[in-house]
Design a protein around this ligand. Structure first.
Ligand SMILES: NC(=O)c1ccc[n+]([C@@H]2O[C@H](COP(=O)([O-])OP(=O)(O)OC[C@H]3O[C@@H](n4cnc5c(N)ncnc54)[C@H](OP(=O)(O)O)[C@@H]3O)[C@@H](O)[C@H]2O)c1
Length: 391
């Protein structure tokens, strides 16, 4: 293995979820490459305590007050930063890279805090881009901070764009596995349980993103994420169903050439890429065996069977705070589905009804985004109550 040029100081916020734990698995492979400065959790203080014992960070951010108390009782010799503000403080500690791995809208403020402090960010947490992508990218430009995509599709596009002009891009092809229900008639999905919806065929991920993959809203959120990360309009972002999840995404150039990035379905690869960029490092992780790939297929998505994708396109085309409304409605609906309050097929109904009811503004400021987020959550809760009362 090549010698490391220097140890990189990193913070992983938060570290108790699927992405956080994959990131720590990368660090475990490369102890001489990384120094962990801050870790974080919302509720899983016991998982965080184990991580602190192993990786010895200086700071631990814990959002949930009970979890923060429990962690303090462990006396681990770490400085505990409490609450939402604690997470923002942790994001500001000077490091080489902050890996943003919170799920949902709760990741927006820590992401902005990291950028505001001049920290380079590696971002898995896609929802902040959907809520406030313009603001995030403007802040990054203002502070001269690189934003490295960890989401496998965007990480692929980032790699395929390297060295070429954006003006030469014809379009981006985002690949989608299709999730666990692709190809099944819509009427057969009425009784899908949360347990079935989180069983993704090719990726092992947190529950919220797994439900989003099952509705295809995940791909809709990724369209918006790509718009802001790569500065392209929604019309230049195409989605193709690729059930094998080998091609992580592609860039098609004006001369007809298509560049694809391929790899195994293992988030440690994009995480390692983002944490070591712009260098490339040797890896002992299991690679793609080209001789074992039988077939790669690509198909048009079915918008009628998976209306969330069409709803995301509608919000993306409308612009302004429409995508913040989309995101808030979806988070509220997915949470209700996971608690068995609404059926699977009602997720898109809640999002559609919320988009219809909430007026979007073309004001991209943080105050306007947070206002749209709050209004959409309240509206979506009302729609969910109505669905519940009809059941
Ligand atoms: N998993 C993947 O393979 C994958 C791939 C691409 C992109 N992403 C994106 O990466 C993000 C994380 O996904 P994930 O799959 O890792 O999710 P996950 O397994 O559900 O983990 C979520 C993390 O967020 C923390 N969290 C939850 N609510 C919070 C709050 N209110 N404030 C602060 N932290 C909070 C959780 O803390 P506790 O567990 O301590 O409560 C946990 O550390 C998502 O935006 C997802 O779309 C994930």
């Amino acid at each position: 293995m090549q010698p490391p040029p220097r140890k990189r100081r990193i913070s992983i916020l938060t570290s108790t979820g699927s992405i956080g734990q994959s990131a720590l698995a990368v660090v475990r492979h490369y102890p001489e490459w990384f120094e962990v400065v801050a870790l974080g959790a919302n509720t899983q203080w016991d998982v965080l305590a184990e991580q602190i014992r192993e990786f010895k960070p200086k700071y631990a951010a814990v959002v949930d007050p009970y979890a923060a108390e429990k962690l303090a009782e462990e006396n681990l010799g770490v400085e505990i930063l409490k609450g939402d503000e604690g997470l923002n403080e942790a994001a500001k500690v000077p490091v080489d890279t902050v890996l943003c791995a919170v799920v949902g809208a709760a990741g927006l403020h820590p992401l902005l805090s990291a950028i505001g402090a001049g920290n380079r960010v590696a971002v898995a947490n896609k929802e902040p881009f959907v809520m406030a992508g313009k603001l995030v990218m403007e802040e990054a430009a203002k502070h001269g901070v690189a934003v490295l995509p960890v989401d496998s599709e965007h990480n692929a596009i980032f790699q395929c764009l390297h060295g070429y002009e954006k003006s030469d891009v014809q379009c981006i092809h985002l690949t989608a596995s299709g999730g666990p229900f692709y190809g099944k008639p819509r009427e057969t999905l009425a009784a899908v349980t949360p347990e079935q919806a989180v069983r993704h065929p090719t990726w092992n991920m947190g529950e919220k993103i797994s439900v989003d993959s099952a509705t295809l809203m995940n791909k809709g959120l990724e369209i918006v994420e790509a718009m802001w990360l790569f500065g392209l309009p929604e019309s230049q972002i195409n989605v193709v169903i690729h059930p094998q999840s080998i091609v992580h995404s592609m860039v098609e150039y004006r001369d007809g050439n298509i560049l694809a990035q391929m790899g195994v379905t293992d988030m440690r690869f994009p995480i390692l890429f983002a944490l070591t960029w712009p260098e490339r490092v040797d890896t002992p992780m299991e690679r793609l065996d080209l001789t074992r790939m039988n077939v790669l297929t690509f198909a048009e998505p079915d918008f009628a069977e998976f209306p969330c994708l069409a709803l995301a396109r509608r919000a993306a085309a409308e612009g302004g705070t429409a995508t913040a409304i989309l995101n808030a409605a979806n988070e509220t609906a997915v949470a209700a589905f996971r608690k068995h309050h609404i059926p699977f097929l009602s997720i898109s109904d809640v999002v559609g009804a919320t988009l219809d009811a909430c007026r979007a503004s073309q004001d991209y400021s943080l105050a306007s985004v947070m206002d749209a987020d709050a209004r959409a959550r309240e509206t979506a809760r009302g729609v969910i109550e109505q669905i519940g009362s009809l059941a």
